[in-house]
Design a protein around this ligand. Structure first.
Ligand code: AMP
Length: 298
């Protein structure tokens, strides 16, 4: 596996592979790699001849200094893991390489930046759920993904359903801005006990991890209720909140039953829907989601 720390090396390498006619896939990550990330690489390999991964903690998408500074960074292990699953090229730039003015961290730290950078504004799907609780988050996401797409020029890019709203926002960005990139969704991967794999899980102690499991329990409960014939969103959300808040002692940002395409809340599940959860285990914010279908019942 080749490692590129700067844009010149990255571009030269990719141009070389493209001139050989290789189909290039791309897996953007913020590192602290786990099985979820590695499953994306698997899908990338199946869809291309040459897999590029990026590891970059994008400060633009953090709206809390505490969250940014505490985000796990495990670059040595990440490179070993990426190589072991067949990544061909790993792009590991520092912030100065990506943000030419180098002022964004200053902004996060509360200092005024003298330069306002050019950024991308996400479409309307970004106003809901995560966007409501993390102001500016998706603008940060689409800005960095646009930059990375321009640098990597992939044919295919893989995004996980773990961040279901992010996947939708990216799909809208690619469509609206005419990026010639095929977005391939990847299923959400869980630990054996059901906890959704996440880099932030590294921050959980044993007691917090036990409490975090209530997120999965609440999702399973929603699935069971739908299988038993429940259609009304409120009748699903209420018992889920009970599990999250009373059993898990979690602070819930939102539990929502939403339309799979436009992400708007639905009152009733007709055929299928997605259930979205965001909750804090103490100061650690976790998100999860599940597909709900009535297709095989009633
Ligand atoms: P992150 O490093 O958290 O920015 O995630 C990088 C990519 O990995 C995104 O497309 C995520 O949706 C995806 N991802 C993260 N966790 C999981 C998971 N548990 N299952 C599947 N994909 C995931």
């Amino acid at each position: 596996m080749k490692v590129a720390e700067n844009i010149g090396t990255l571009r030269e390498e990719i141009l070389g592979r493209k001139s050989e006619g290789k189909v290039v896939s791309f897996v953007p990550t913020m590192g602290a790699l786990h099985g979820g990330h590695l499953s994306l690489v698997d899908i990338a390999r199946k869809n291309s001849d040459y897999v590029v991964m990026s590891i970059f903690v994008n400060e633009l998408q953090f709206n809390s200094k505490e969250d940014l500074l505490n985000y796990p960074r495990t670059i040595g292990q990440d490179l070993d893991k990426a190589e072991s699953v067949g990544v061909n090229l790993c792009f590991v730039p520092n912030a100065r390489e990506i943000f030419s003015c180098g002022k964004t961290l200053d902004r996060m730290l509360g200092k005024e930046s003298s330069v306002r950078r050019c950024t991308v504004k996400a479409g309307e799907l970004a106003d809901l759920w995560e966007g409501e609780y993390r102001k500016g988050h998706f603008d940060g996401v689409v800005s960095i993904v646009s930059i990375l797409f321009n640098l990597v020029s992939p044919d295919v890019a893989i995004f996980g359903e773990k961040d279901f709203q992010q996947l939708k926002v990216i799909q809208q960005m690619v469509k609206d801005l005419h990026f010639p990139v095929n977005i391939v969704p990847a299923p959400l991967m869980r630990e054996s006990d059901g906890l959704a794999m996440s880099s932030r899980n590294l921050r959980l102690n044993d007691e917090q991890r036990m409490r975090a499991l209530n997120i999965y329990k609440s999702l399973q409960l929603s699935l069971k209720l739908v299988e038993e014939g429940e259609k009304k969103a409120s009748k699903i959300i209420e018992p889920m909140r009970e599990v999250l808040e009373n059993q898990g002692k979690l602070k819930v940002d939102y539990v929502a039953v939403v339309d799979t395409d436009n992400l708007r809340a639905v009152d009733e599940i007709v055929d299928e829907a997605r259930i979205l959860v965001a909750a804090y285990v103490d100061e650690i914010r976790l998100i999860d989601n599940m597909h709900l279908t009535r297709a095989y019942k009633h």
